[in-house]
Design a protein around this ligand. Structure first.
Ligand code: UDP
Ligand code: MG
Length: 313
């Protein structure tokens, strides 16, 4: 029998977890009589009773496996750990808050089996229930990143997807420390079909993404998959040199013809301010890439495990 591994990243999800398990089991019993399942809960250093909840589930259901981190490593690390641990022929990545409806899973599975896709992704067509400003910035981000990088990132795409063993292996072969999974999945390629659905609000608990966290995540995405900002700063630098050169000639000619050597201090100050601003900005861009390279070169582990279902504590 074929096996689907469900990877669930959990950070402070004590309230949502039982609801998730119940719904997932309902769908499994109803739609998947012909397929084996395993659930891999990745506890991303939760500060509440999430781990206890998971252990409860493990006690009554041996399909439940878990990996518990030594601290919070972020969702990307959690998904990576889950993919590495998964043993199924197919793997699906889900949130614990039921924003990724398990009821779509059968349709996704059939698409892979019958239509020969390697990956079925899901995409929210609406952002109902999300702050307007957040939606606006999200849209802008996708416009910018798609212009700047060679790979295609789909607006509204969620991390909720079903992938074949081949794709799983391709993704875990990318061991980079700065993980941006939307970029990684488009980078590895393969045939992807998108299933669209309306946004669902989380069942319990609250979102872990503040605006600031999302902003940093967006920068991560840009620096991880595009070097366009580096090119941009060189081009701006070159342009300014050109303008300066033309201005120098103008000033020399003016001085020789009109004999007016010391006017124009205010404009001088403006120019100095602008140019030094651009210099600092470019330096910042280089700094971003340098810091990513720095972390990458250190080869730190992506996550550290404290315990799993195999450690008998
Ligand atoms: N999550 C995680 N580590 C984190 C933050 C979030 O594993 O540091 C998990 C969280 O438990 C949830 C999923 O990632 O299952 C999505 O998080 P959330 O629902 O807060 O994000 P949103 O759906 O609002 O974008
Ligand atoms: Mg959510």
């Amino acid at each position: 029998m074929e096996k689907i591994s469900v990877v669930i990243s959990c950070y402070n999800e004590e309230k949502a977890l039982p609801l998730f398990y119940e719904e997932m089991e309902r769908v499994r019993k109803q739609d998947f009589k012909d397929v084996d399942f395993e659930y891999i809960f990745v506890n991303d250093g939760s500060k509440d009773k999430t781990l206890d909840e998971i252990k409860e589930l493990r006690k009554k259901d041996k399909k439940v496996r878990y990996i518990s981190f030594s601290r919070n490593f972020g969702k990307e690390a959690a998904m990576f750990a889950g993919l590495e641990a998964a043993e199924g022929n197919y793997v699906t990545l889900m949130d614990a808050d039921l924003q990724d409806p398990p009821s779509l899973l059968r349709q996704m599975y059939d698409t892979i089996k019958k239509e020969n896709y390697d990956c079925v992704g899901t995409r929210r067509v609406t952002r109902k229930g999300e702050p307007k400003l957040r939606s606006f910035f999200a849209r802008m981000f996708y416009k910018i990143i798609n212009k700047m990088s060679d790979i295609d990132m789909v607006d509204g795409a969620r991390d909720y997807r079903l992938i074949t063993r081949q794709v799983v292996d391709a993704i875990i072969s990318m061991k980079e420390y700065n993980r941006y999974s939307k970029g990684i999945t488009s980078f590895v390629g393969f045939e992807t079909k998108w299933i669209e659905y309306e946004n669902v609000e989380r069942v319990a608990g609250e979102t872990k993404w503040s605006f600031w966290k999302l902003f940093k995540y967006a920068l991560e995405g840009i620096t991880a998959f595009s070097t366009a900002p580096l090119v941009m700063s060189s081009i701006i630098g070159l342009l300014i040199c050109l303008i300066a050169f033309i201005l120098i000639i103008v000033v020399i000619v003016k001085t020789l013809v009109l004999g007016d050597p010391t006017s124009g201090w205010p404009s001088m100050v403006c120019i100095i301010l602008m140019v030094s601003g651009i210099q600092l900005f470019s330096l910042g861009i280089i700094g971003q890439y340098l810091s990513k390279t720095y972390l990458e070169v250190k080869k730190r582990p992506i996550y550290i495990v404290k315990e799993t279902e195999k450690s008998n504590k």
